[in-house]
Write a protein that binds this ligand. Structure first.
Ligand code: FES
Length: 107
């Protein structure tokens, strides 16, 4: 078990994680942020995309311990973003889904 300190959606967190724990698993199971979804778990589908230090990244192929000191933003971190809300509504209205995980019922 390794300690990791990072910021998640603007909130500083410190956790003890197994070195092999993916960032996606840590966010879902450790932080309860289930808006980060898993599809392929091989870095292909993009269902697990989050931001690390403002850059989109696939959390299924990122180790949580590699995020020491990083700022991570999940879809929940965009909850108050009016542009993201417009985008979400447009996607829903037009059925513009990639995998279906991003439908409003998911989170
Ligand atoms: S789950 Fe498919 S890219 Fe991460």
């Amino acid at each position: 078990v390794k300690p990791v300190t990072l910021t998640v959606n603007g909130r500083p967190v410190t956790a003890e994680v197994e070195p092999r724990t993916s960032l996606a698993d840590y966010l879902r199971e450790g932080e309860g942020l289930t808006g980060t979804n898993l599809g392929c778990e091989h870095g292909v589908c993009g269902a697990c995309t989050i931001e690390i230090d403002g850059v989109p990244a696939r959390s299924c192929i990122t180790l949580a311990v590699a995020c020491e000191g990083a700022s991570v933003r999940t879809i929940e971190g965009f909850a108050e973003d009016p542009v993201m809300e417009q985008l979400r509504q447009a996607f829903t209205a037009e059925h513009a889904l990639q995998c279906g995980y991003c439908t409003p019922e998911c989170w």
